[in-house]
Design a protein. Structure first.
Length: 190
């Protein structure tokens, strides 16, 4: 199988199910942003951190491939007329959301209470987490917009929402672990 198919040379691409859409289609923007997020998470995982965080990130990357597959599926072609699924696409489950919530709770239990917003930065690894968090929020906005036009699996929206929270708390935990400075945002007075 070759990497290049030449089928997208005129600006269209195929969704799961075969429907061809323009490459700028909201569905493509949605799963393309999830793919971008997955790459940023790979960059975070390549940094020096506790093995437990690396393992969590591998699990999250796997789930993001599932999110991408769900978003890349034409909803009209996913279900047969008898109600059965036509395409064998994994799902995002409530357990996947609980995995993120449990990881958040565990990290937060080891951190000082947050009393202010914090400025992104302090260490390269922490900055990578904040970039990934912002990309995750963009993916969530795009998937929510898509859901307004073509109903999408609500668990995808919930997972992306919780993942951005996880990435924020991971940034704070890595700030703590790396003994980097966490700068509170205290608005300057003019």
């Amino acid at each position: 199988m070759k990497v290049y198919t030449k089928t997208g040379d005129k600006g269209t691409t195929a969704l799961f199910g075969g429907t061809r859409v323009p490459k700028y289609h909201l569905r493509i923007e949605s799963y393309g942003t999830v793919d971008e997020l997955n790459s940023h998470i790979g960059l975070i995982r390549d940094q020096n951190m506790h093995q437990k965080h690396k393992e969590q990130l591998v699990h999250i990357q796997d789930r993001l491939f599932t999110v991408g597959a769900i978003l890349a599926t034409d909803p009209e072609k996913a279900i047969l007329k008898n109600g059965k699924e036509r395409l064998n696409i994994p799902k995002i489950s409530e357990e996947n959301v609980h995995f993120l919530e449990n990881a958040i709770d565990e990290m937060e239990s080891k951190l000082p209470q947050m009393t202010h917003f914090v400025l992104p930065g302090g260490h390269t690894t922490v900055s990578y987490c904040h970039i990934a968090r912002c990309v995750c929020r963009r993916a969530e906005r795009l998937a929510t917009h898509l859901n307004d036009i073509e109903p999408t699996d609500e668990m995808v929206l919930k997972y992306l929402n919780r993942l951005s929270d996880y990435l924020f708390v991971l940034a704070r935990k890595l700030t703590f672990d790396l003994q980097a400075e966490e700068i509170k945002w205290i608005p300057e007075k003019n």
